[in-house]
Structure formats: C-alpha cells, structure tokens
Ligand binder design. Structure first.
Ligand code: GRF
Length: 213
C-alpha cells in the first residue's frame, strides 16, 4: 500500500474528492496517510480530521531559511513513509530540492488547460480572471507531475470545461471544480497508485494494465 501525503492551504474540496474516492474504494493501492497544511486555519484540516486522517501544519514563515523549511517538510513526509505527494490547492511553492527528492512522485492540480494560464502568478481566482479576460471559450483543469518548472511538469490528465458568456471568475472556478477537478485528481492518483503512469520525457504514458511503479 502506497502512503499518500496531501498538501493543502484552503477549503480542501479537492482533498474531499480524494477522501471520498478512497472511502468508496476508488484509490486501490493507495491510502491518504496525512494532510499537511500551510495554513493553520485551512478548512481542509477539518475535512481530514473528520475522515480520521492525521494532520500537520507547516508554515513557511515559521522557518528562517528555505533549507530549514525543506528539512521540516522532509521529516514530516518521512514520518508518514510517503510514496506520493499530492498538492491539492497548496499555496507554497516547493523548492527544487523537494522536487528532486520525489521525482515524478509529486502531483499537482491546476485549474486551467496547461500550458495556458499557468506559471508564476497564475493561482486561485487569478487563473479564471485571466481566462475570462482573454475571452477563451473553453478552459478546464490539468493534473500534472511537478518538476522544477512552475506548472511545467509532464501532464497526466486534462479535462475541458465550457466558459459561459455570463461567467464571473467565481462561477467559472466552481464549474471547473465540479466538472473537472474533483474527478480528475482522484483518477490521476488512482492511476499512479496502480503503477499505470510512465513518464517519457515530457509525456506521460498511461498503461492499460498494472505494472511496477
Ligand atoms: C483549486 O482550484 C486548485 O486547482 C487550485 O486551488 C484550488 C484549491 O481548492 N490549485 P480546494 O482547496 O481544493 O477547495
């Protein structure tokens, strides 16, 4: 069984989708071992506690240097014998050191069809504001492996969502979550836990059947 650490900062609806998937047997081979929040007040922590999952809080500002923060993160990930890290609305940028310790073992969800509206500055509602400002008719969500390039890692799954004329950033955010994020993230995590993802350069190959991770 692969231990999953979910990193969160906010409301935790994507975490909830993962918890729900796990409880209905939708993540064979994996279990959510801990939830680590960058904010002590994140509602995601309540969701984890309700599901009986261990919680930790790790605030970047509480550490004098990036090295000390990384060391604390590593010791938490080690404590739960973490085999997969899932960033589900995690608002702290992780360092190259973290990426290199978990190569193709960190998954992120981003609320657009990357490479559109990705990279530095594109987070939260800003992604949807930018999509509306550009006038795109289709947006969506992307689940990808995390590498050293912000939002630039190999893409695992994407799903398109229609933009409606009357959309506000908030209504669009909600539709992208409902129609894409909440199904895509558990699906990608399940594929990983079943050993069905293979990275070839910047492409992810999804195998038909289970093989070694
Ligand atoms: C989601 O839109 C996710 O794509 C983005 O941050 C948001 C987190 O929402 N990275 P939640 O905390 O999962 O509700």
């Amino acid at each position: 069984m692969l231990n999953i650490a979910v990193l969160v900062s906010g409301g935790g609806t994507n975490l909830q989708a993962l918890l729900d998937a796990e409880s209905r047997g939708g993540i064979p081979g994996g279990r959510i071992a801990c939830v680590i929040s960058s904010k002590p007040e994140a509602y995601a922590l309540e969701r984890a506690k309700r599901a009986g999952v261990a919680t930790e809080v790790l605030v970047r500002k509480g550490f004098a240097t990036p090295e000390e923060y990384d060391a604390a993160l590593f010791s938490l990930l080690d404590k739960y014998d973490t085999g997969l890290v899932v960033m589900a609305g995690f608002m702290t940028i992780i360092s190259d050191r973290v990426v290199q310790r978990y190569p193709n073992r960190i998954i992120n969800i981003h609320p657009s069809l990357l490479p559109s509206f990705g990279g530095g500055g594109f987070y939260g509602l800003r992604v949807h504001e930018a999509a509306l400002a550009r006038g795109v008719k289709i947006t969506g969500a992307t689940v990808h492996f995390v590498n050293e390039v912000c939002d630039g890692g190999p893409i695992i799954l994407q799903k398109a969502v229609e933009v409606l004329p009357e959309d506000t950033p908030e209504t669009l955010q909600r539709r992208v979550m409902e129609q894409a994020e909440w199904s895509l993230l558990p699906q990608a995590v399940a594929l990983f836990c079943q050993g069905r993802l293979r990275v070839e350069g910047s492409r992810v190959i999804i195998r038909e059947s289970e093989e070694g991770r």
